[in-house]
Design a protein around this ligand. Structure first.
Ligand code: CMP
Length: 147
């Protein structure tokens, strides 16, 4: 089934975005939209609202506002799961063990759990929310089967 997902290249990996975009192309995703932006603190807090109160929340917000990010809408077959597989595990040290070819293993920081290079929506609901967050004015046609 064709889906859309929100990919975000984080501040520590923005200089590697050409290499990361090559992976995106090689994996067969279509880039529907792109936007490079520096998030304000309130924006980062909204995007990561579900993590409010967690031990890593304030350092995550600090990090996510430290420089520009590149947000991309990706489309493709099973895009949500496919993109998360290409990313690898959230923790870079684990990604290096379990998925050495993954983007987080290649471009993330194994010594800092926030600096994992890239983000990917984890469900249809979060993909819709996150796409709307970065592209509020964009009207997208519904995809044929499921969102
Ligand atoms: P992401 O997939 O964007 O979603 C939440 C982010 O919080 C995660 O990637 C990391 O950047 C960051 N983070 C920092 N510490 C942790 C942790 N211990 N567990 C999960 N996420 C963490």
């Amino acid at each position: 089934k064709i889906q859309r997902t929100l990919a975000m290249i984080k501040p520590d990996a923005i200089d590697n975005s050409p290499d990361i975009e090559k992976v995106i192309m090689d994996e067969g995703f279509t880039v529907v939209e792109r936007r490079r932006v520096r998030l304000t603190r309130p924006e980062a807090e909204e995007f990561y609202g579900e993590h409010r109160g967690k031990s890593f929340y304030s350092s995550l917000i600090e990090y996510m506002t430290s420089g520009e990010v590149l947000a991309l809408i990706l489309a493709g077959d099973d895009a949500i799961t496919h993109w998360r597989k290409v990313l690898g595990p959230t923790q870079v040290s684990r990604a290096r063990e379990e998925a050495p070819e993954s983007i987080r293993a290649r471009f993330g920081d194994p010594d800092n759990d926030s600096n994992n290079a890239v983000h990917g929506s984890d469900s249809v609901t979060s993909a819709q929310r996150e796409i709307k967050f970065f592209f509020p004015d964009l009207t997208l046609e519904p995809v044929l089967t499921g969102e």
